[in-house]
Design a protein around this ligand. Structure first.
Ligand code: ADP
Ligand code: MG
Length: 323
């Protein structure tokens, strides 16, 4: 069991950003409307995720750290859950195998919850505690017992960059949730929640979105496209300003990326890239998320149709701006 968790940890917990990703996804799955993430030293000394979700039942807390203890069933609502199939019920045990973890959670408004502490896979504490509804999980000294893994970590700045990417992607994918992200006490992201995507874009890119961003809206029988594209004067010098979100999940797809750039570069200089947040909604049967469970890549079943629809939609919004 111990060994299995450390092996699984190598796959699930590659670096601090993977811990943040797994914990934030758990908070989202728990229906949180507010998620606060704190990190110190690039997440290597501390990662803390506080949510106001439905919490964990006291009797289930310890079991949540056992392998394959998942409370989640595949739901038609979100077939993207398949993504985590390989990791189902593996995140918490994997993280707890390579760090010092404290979990405080309550599943009612009664003010009573449970605290659990696990170090390197060993249970240290399991007791009743006063706690508000929701979950507060702290991960300290990541990889403290796997020095070989620790040696692979890059600078604090690099690890922080990866965590920031995770936070930006989650905030863009879930404008309905309020996200706060602090590193070494500095607030690096604060989104308000309530579904205001423009506010999230403003919070991340620090721009005047009401002037700078133009709405995209298009729909056919298979696809619905919404989102925002920066006015041509807000072009960027690299591709990192392009975010594609499918059915509420941040994804990457080569063909889609190329369709976007084709549309953009028929009207704008080839060395410039858009600031773009593209939300695509489609029937789950039109996306295949099983390309790689840990990665962002997906495949589309009607790829040429999707790509030309995206290309046309972006070109038509842009041509109004350029003319
Ligand atoms: P998975 O998310 O694949 O189910 P995890 O190891 O990430 O596996 O979590 C194990 C279980 O612990 C979850 O199924 C869920 O029941 C519970 N859990 C973890 N984090 C939270 C949270 N923030 N709020 C509520 N329940 C949680
Ligand atoms: Mg999980």
């Amino acid at each position: 069991e111990h060994i299995a968790n450390q092996i699984a940890a190598g796959e699930v917990v590659e670096r601090p950003a993977s811990v943040v990703k797994e914990l934030v996804e758990n908070a989202i799955d728990a229906g949180a409307t507010s998620i606060e993430v704190q990190a110190e030293e690039g997440g290597l000394s501390l990662i803390r995720v506080i949510d106001n979700g439905f919490g964990i039942e006291p009797d289930d807390c310890e079991a949540a750290f056992y392998r394959h203890a998942t409370s989640k069933l595949l739901q038609g609502r979100d077939l993207f859950q398949i993504r985590s199939l390989g990791f189902r019920g593996e995140a918490l045990p994997s993280i707890a195998a390579v760090a010092k973890v404290r979990l405080v959670t309550a599943n009612s408004e009664l003010g009573l919850g449970r605290a659990i502490e696990i170090e390197g896979g060993n249970l240290k504490l399991n007791e009743e505690i006063a706690a508000p509804r929701g979950t507060d999980i702290t991960v300290k000294e990541l990889f403290y017992n796997t020095p070989a893994r620790l040696k692979y970590m890059k600078t604090i700045q690099t690890e922080l960059g990866h965590i920031s990417d995770v936070m930006y992607r989650q905030a863009l994918s879930h404008p309905e949730i309020s996200f706060t992200f602090r590193h070494n006490g500095n607030t690096l992201l604060q989104s308000q929640g309530g579904g205001d995507l423009l506010q999230v874009i403003a919070a991340i890119y620090g721009i005047n979105t009401s002037k700078g961003m133009v709405a995209i809206e298009a729909e056919n029988l298979d696809y619905r496209i919404t989102g925002y594209i920066g006015r041509p004067e807000l072009t960027r010098s690299n591709r990192s300003g392009i975010s594609t979100i499918v059915n509420g999940r941040y994804i990457r797809n080569q063909g889609l990326q190329q369709a976007i750039l084709r549309a953009y570069h028929t009207l704008l200089p080839i060395n410039r890239y858009p600031l773009l947040v593209l939300m695509l909604d489609m029937h789950p049967s039109l996306v295949d998320v099983n390309v790689h469970p840990a990665k962002l890549e997906v495949r589309f079943s009607k790829e040429p149709e999707l790509n030309s629809f995206v290309e046309e939609s972006i070109r038509s919004v842009l041509s109004e701006q350029v003319l």
